[in-house]
Design a protein around this ligand. Structure first.
Ligand code: ZN
Length: 379
């Protein structure tokens, strides 16, 4: 065999792998592993080539079992890192193949592969990117360990100001990667934090947990509806994951040291959703509650992010989780809304393409910058 495939790399995730080699071309079949969850989407793996291969067709199997959230699968555009180069998007060579029994596969072409080619659903983001951020921001962001994960990894929190008990300064608390595979949310947070550092703002107390589900991140899990319970289904009373306890205790410290005005939670939606950034919101019904403070921030952020990136109406209907009577099993947004009584908003950032525009790291960071700008205007 000229080609070797491995998911034993940082954030690695791939399964059901097979290879067909023919002269100087090859077809690599792969699927996203659900790991410990009912849902799958994130994938990340390495293709090593020993001989001469001119072109590889990458075939994603079982897309019908992945959390796509949309029907235009051409909105998925994986990223590739060839040898020592930077990650970049793969060429727009998407093809859809129907199989005789009604199943289907999608594929992309990889021309002139390197010796080592890492392929992922979207630009990876983890601890090394946080270290780069801290270095580039020259001390504006302070990093602390606020606790450990279920599997004993450190949970880090960044903050621009420890502040002091009873401070009247407005405060914003941010989390990302509750669903560990949702890297677009991290890149947006990265842009937000870099912008605030560049502005050297002292007007707002910002605390952020950038890698909430650190176990899932390190193990290459998608992390949605995770076993035994998804981080974002465990807020409020009777927490089911230690991570939620760690973050809630940190939120309590933050609340004492500012006037809390906003909570933000960065995610990515279904893999094929490409209509723009949006706030998932409770569908109309008994549990519907949208407060005027939430509308204020939704409109301010939506307008600032702007038409090229933002979903037309800013909000999309989304189911609510949790038991509001006992305040258990809540999402981050429900915890902020019903327990803390502070506006708490979730933002979904698409993985690949927004209205035909290919999303690059610079685009994600630009969205983060525009959100930061809205925060500075809104406080
Ligand atoms: Zn999510």
């Amino acid at each position: 065999m000229t080609i070797k495939i491995s998911a034993e790399i940082p954030y690695g995730n791939a399964c059901d792998i097979s290879i067909e080699e023919k002269s100087d071309t090859a077809v690599v079949y792969f699927a996203a592993s659900p790991s410990d969850g009912p849902q799958c989407l994130w994938f990340c793996f390495r293709i090593e080539i020993r001989g001469k291969i001119r072109c590889i067709k990458l075939v994603l199997k079982h897309p019908y079992n992945m959390l796509m959230g949309g029907c235009d699968l051409s909105n998925i555009l994986p990223v590739i890192k060839k040898d020592n180069s930077q990650w970049r998007r793969i060429g727009k060579t998407y093809q859809f193949h129907t199989l005789p029994d009604g199943r289907y596969e999608v594929s992309w072409l990889l021309d002139n592969p390197g010796k080592v080619n890492d392929i992922a659903l979207c630009y990876p983001y983890g601890t090394p990117e946080i270290e780069n951020l801290l270095k580039d921001c020259r001390g504006y962001w302070k990093k602390e360990t606020v606790g450990v994960s279920t599997e004993n990894r450190q949970i880090i929190r960044l903050c621009n100001d420890y502040s002091t008990a009873g401070s009247k300064k407005p405060g914003v608390y941010i989390v990302a990667r509750q669903h560990s595979g949702e890297t677009p949310g991290s890149w947006v947070l990265d842009g937000l934090l870099r912008y605030l550092a560049g502005m050297k703002t002292q007007d707002v107390v910002v605390w952020a947990i950038p890698l909430s589900n650190i176990d899932g991140i390190e193990k290459g899990r998608y992390g949605k509806d995770y076993f035994p319970v998804d981080l974002n289904r465990s807020w409020g009373n009777k927490m089911c994951r230690h991570e939620n306890l760690v973050i809630q205790r940190d939120i309590a410290r933050w609340r004492e040291r500012c006037t809390p005005i906003l909570g933000l939670d960065f995610h990515a939606p279904g893999g094929a959703e490409g209509e723009g950034v949006y706030f998932p919101f409770r569908a109309k019904g008994k549990l519907t509650r949208i407060k005027k403070e939430e509308i204020y921030w939704i409109n301010l952020i939506g307008k600032s992010v702007g038409g090229e990136y933002m979903y037309l109406n800013y909000r999309k209907n989304s189911p609510v989780c949790g038991d509001l009577k006992n305040l258990t099993g809540l999402m981050f947004t429900g915890y902020f809304d019903f327990v803390l009584r502070i506006p708490g908003l979730c933002l979904e950032i698409p993985y690949g393409i927004i209205n035909g525009k290919v999303m690059e790291i610079a685009d994600y960071r630009e969205i983060g910058k525009r959100i930061a700008d809205a925060i500075l205007k809104g406080i």
